[in-house]
Design a protein around this ligand. Sequence first.
Ligand code: SAM
Length: 191
Amino acid sequence: MHADSWAIKAKQLGLRSRAVFKLEEILKKTKALKKGPSNILDIGSAPGGWSELIRLLSPSSQIFAIDLLEMDSIEGVTFFQEDIINIDQIEEISLLKKKFDLVISDLAPNLTGIRTVDEENIFDLNILTLEIATNYLKQGNTSFIIKTFQNSLLKKLRLEMEKSFQLVQTYKPAASKSKSGEIYLYGVNRL
Ligand SMILES: C[S@@+](CC[C@H](N)C(=O)[O-])C[C@H]1O[C@@H](n2cnc3c(N)ncnc32)[C@H](O)[C@@H]1O
């Protein structure tokens, strides 16, 4: 299917974004979503497609979402409009440090168009997200899904992830526009 057809399909199904299909595919392949109740953190969640999907697939889970932008409410999802750099100041979330089962991040910075600047910005934001994931995930049997971009710092990011996760894999979902350069890394700790 052409990448833009996913946007049309999302609209027809009443979904908030095309991003839903990307997460759906990654979850199917990785089985990152456990059966039964989990604590799940959605970073860079607006307009809410991923949160909506997680809620649908795992209705008994506790889901927290955070974004700089506003997000229309979703039943069963606790949303905070905040910069992720301030996540530790959100009491409801920070009380659950080391208690999350799954952290997902579709975060993307505003692009300047200057390649080196954009690559650095993406890398810094990804590293911040990785730090949050390692601080908030439980000790074992946990997963982390993060969007990043194919660029000169991708290898460095993957190496950083490998310090915190036993297995790191790369996914390029069919619904992701090939020219966008976006790519998803999946980290898992089984024990
Ligand atoms: C591609 S969108 C996420 C789409 C979402 N996963 C969905 O399915 O609807 C990326 C989001 O990252 C957010 N973002 C970027 N930088 C951020 C930051 N520092 N803190 C919180 N959110 C941020 C943007 O506001 C934007 O809403």
